[in-house]
Design a binder for this molecule. Structure first.
Ligand code: XMP
Length: 526
C-alpha cells in the first residue's frame, strides 16, 4: 500500500489541475505554474468530474495534444467540467476541445502555424497587460497547430488574433473559460508566463501559497499523520539528493522513530562513502546504520562482464542486504522512498503510458518487502527537491551532487570488476574531478567522470616499455540526461588531467577524451 498516493492533492489548500491530453509541453505547464507559487498536478484527460471536484481545484487547464479534436477517438474530457463553475484555460488542443464542446467550430486550417508567430491583442482583460508584451500591437508567441477555431462558442469574445487572422485567444468572462492557441508556457513566448499568472491570480484567485517552506511544513505534518504516534519508518540512503531529502524530512518529523540504512556497495567514488557517513551521522537524529557490503558485492560480481547482468546482480544484492538489515531492526511498519514526480508520471500512473526505465531502477526496492510505502516527494520535480533540500539545511555537497548511477562504478569499469580495478578507477576519477573543480567548471557540467576501459595498450614510461589500461574521460552538458553534448573542455585542463593520471597512477598507459554526444552515444559507457 502506498501512502501519500492519493492524498497529496487533497491536503494542499490551493491547487490547479492540468488535464493532460498528451501534449509535449504538459509537464512544462506544471513547472511554470509551480514557479508562479501555485501548486498543480497533472491528471489523465479522462479523469471523471466527480474525482476532479473532490480535489477542489481553483482552476483547470486543458493541455495540448498530438491529436486533432475532429479525428475519430479524439481524447475528450468529462464535459461536466464546463458546468462546474471552475475557471478553465485551454491551451492549443485544449482550446480546440473546449470550443468544440461548447458549440464553436474547429477546422483544419489552410495554413498551419508552427514556431514564432505574431499576434495582436484585441481585448486586454483579463489575460493580457501592456507590460507583459513589449509591443502590444505586435506580440510574439510560440505556436504549433494545424487545427484552428473559426467560430468561438456563444458567449466567447476574441481576445487576440494572429497576423493570419487565426484566433489566438478567446474567452467567456462570465463563465471564466478561456482558450489560447499559442503556448504560454514555452520560453519562446516571451510574455507567456505573465498570461499564465493572470489566469492563476486574477481569474482563479490563487495566491502564492506553494514553495519549499510550505511544502516542508505540509510534508512533516503529513508524515506524522500517516505514520501515527508510535510506528517506525525505515529509509534507504544512497548519498544522492532524493534519498537525502526524504531522510531529512523523516528525521524532522519522527526523530528517533526514523531508521536510516546506508548499504555501501563499495562502488562509490573515492572517499564518498566516508563523507556521506560522516554527514548523516552528524545531522540526523534518527538511527543511522552503515552496512559495509563491499565484499559481498564484489564477490557476487566476480567474473561478470555483461552490463545488464552487473545491474541485475547489484539490484538483487542491494535488496537482499537492505531487507536483512531492515527486518533485523524489529517492528518497522513503513518504508520511505525518494520517488519524485517524473517517476510517477513515467511509470504510467498519470497518462497510462507504460514507460519504465528498467535499467535505471537499481536502488529501488520492490513492494514485496512487506512494508507500507511512504513517498513524501511524489509531487516534486527535481529542481523543487533541491529547493526543499536547501530549506531543510542540506549542504551543497549533496544538493549539487552530479547524478550518479545506482550501480556506481560497476558500469564504469568495462569488463569484469576487481578491487584493484576499482581502486585504480577511483584514483583517476578523483584526479579528473579535482582538476575540473579547480578550473571552476564543475557547475557547468551535467556529469563528469572517468571510465576504466578494457583496452590495454603500449606506452613508454621512463626508459621502459609499458603495457597498461586506457582511462577514458567523459564530461557532458545536458538539461535532463535525455540528450547530452560532450563538453568542450579547455585543452590545458585535459592536458593537466592526463599528465596527472599517467604520472600518479603507474599502471595507466594512456588517457583519452570521449567526444560522443547522446544520441548516438549514452552518457555512461555501459
Ligand atoms: P545513459 O547512460 O542512459 O544515462 O545516457 C542517463 C542518466 O542515467 C544515469 N544512469 C543510471 N542511473 N542506474 C541509475 O540509477 C543505472 O543503471 C543507470 N545507468 C545510467 C546516468 O548516469 C545518466 O545520468
Amino acid at each position: 500500500m502506498t501512502k501519500f498516493l492519493n492524498e497529496s492533492a487533497e491536503s494542499i489548500r490551493e491547487k490547479i489541475i492540468i488535464l493532460d491530453f498528451g501534449g509535449q509541453y504538459s509537464m512544462l505547464i506544471a513547472r511554470r505554474i509551480r514557479e508562479a507559487g501555485v501548486y498543480c498536478e497533472l491528471l489523465p484527460f479522462h479523469t471523471p468530474w466527480s474525482e476532479i471536484k473532490r480535489l477542489e481545484p481553483s482552476g483547470l487547464i486543458l493541455s495540448g495534444s498530438p491529436a486533432s479534436v475532429n479525428q475519430e477517438n479524439a481524447p475528450r474530457c468529462d464535459s461536466e467540467i464546463y458546468k462546474g463553475g471552475i475557471p478553465i484555460l485551454g491551451i492549443c488542443y485544449g482550446m480546440h476541445l473546449l470550443a468544440k464542446d461548447l458549440g464553436g467550430e474547429v477546422v483544419r486550417g489552410n495554413r498551419s502555424e508552427f514556431g514564432r508567430t505574431s499576434f495582436e491583442i484585441v481585448e486586454r482583460e483579463p489575460l493580457f497587460r501592456d507590460d507583459d508584451f513589449l509591443d502590444p500591437g505586435n506580440c510574439c508567441a510560440w505556436m504549433s497547430h494545424q487545427d484552428e477555431v473559426i467560430k468561438p462558442p456563444a458567449g466567447f469574445d476574441v481576445l487576440a488574433r494572429t497576423e493570419n487572422k487565426t484566433l489566438a485567444a478567446i474567452g467567456d468572462r462570465e463563465n471564466k473559460i478561456y482558450g489560447l492557441q499559442f503556448h504560454p508556457e514555452v520560453f519562446h513566448t516571451p510574455g507567456g508566463h505573465n498570461v499564465l499568472k493572470r489566469f492563476l491570480y486574477d481569474v482563479c484567485g490563487c495566491s502564492k501559497t506553494w514553495g519549499p517552506r510550505s511544502f516542508v511544513e505540509d510534508a512533516v505534518e503529513k508524515i506524522r499523520r500517516v505514520v501515527g504516534e508510535d510506528q517506525k519508518v525505515v529509509c534507504a540512503l544512497s548519498g544522492g539528493v532524493d534519498s537525502s531529502v526524504v531522510a531529512f524530512l523523516l528525521d524532522r518529523a519522527l526523530k528517533e522513530r526514523a531508521v536510516f540504512i546506508f548499504v555501501d556497495h563499495g562502488l562509490l567514488r573515492l572517499d564518498e562513502a566516508e563523507q556521506v557517513v560522516q554527514l548523516y551521522r552528524e545531522k540526523l537524529q534518527g538511527q543511522f546504520i552503515h552496512v559495509n557490503a563491499e565484499k559481498v558485492f564484489l564477490e557476487a560480481l566476480a567474473g561478470v562482464t555483461d552490463p545488464e547482468e552487473k545491474r541485475r546482480i547489484i539490484g538483487a544484492e542491494f535488496i537482499k542486504v537492505f531487507k536483512e538489515k531492515a527486518l533485523s531492526m524489529g517492528d518497522i511498519t513503513y518504508l520511505a522512498q525518494g520517488t519524485i514526480y517524473p517517476d510517477v508520471i513515467e511509470s504510467g500512473t498519470i497518462n497510462g503510458a507504460a514507460v519504465i526505465k528498467s535499467h535505471h531502477n537499481v536502488g529501488g526496492l520492490p513492494a514485496e518487502l512487506g512494508f507500507d510505502l511512504v513517498e513524501p516527494l511524489r509531487e516534486l520535480f527535481k529542481d523543487e527537491v533541491r529547493l526543499v533540500g536547501a530549506e531543510l539545511g542540506l549542504p551543497d555537497s549533496i544538493l549539487k551532487r552530479q547524478p550518479f548511477p545506482g550501480p556506481g562504478l560497476a558500469v564504469r569499469i568495462i569488463g569484469d570488476i576487481t578491487s584493484e580495478k576499482l581502486s585504480l578507477l577511483q584514483q583517476a576519477d578523483a584526479i579528473f574531478r579535482e582538476e575540473l573543480q579547480a578550473a571552476d567548471l564543475s557547475e557547468e557540467m551535467w556529469q563528469y567522470f572517468a571510465v576504466l576501459t578494457d583496452v590495454k595498450v603500449v606506452g613508454v614510461k621512463g626508459d621502459d616499455r609499458h603495457y597498461g589500461p586506457v582511462i577514458a574521460l567523459r564530461a557532458v552538458v545536458s538539461e535532463d540526461a535525455m540528450t547530452a553534448d560532450w563538453a568542450r573542455l579547455p585543452h590545458s585542463l585535459l592536458d593537466k588531467t592526463s599528465l596527472r593520471i599517467t604520472g600518479e597512477i603507474p599502471d595507466v598507459a594512456r588517457v583519452v577524451y570521449d567526444i560522443t554526444s547522446k544520441p548516438p552515444g549514452t552518457i555512461e559507457w555501459e
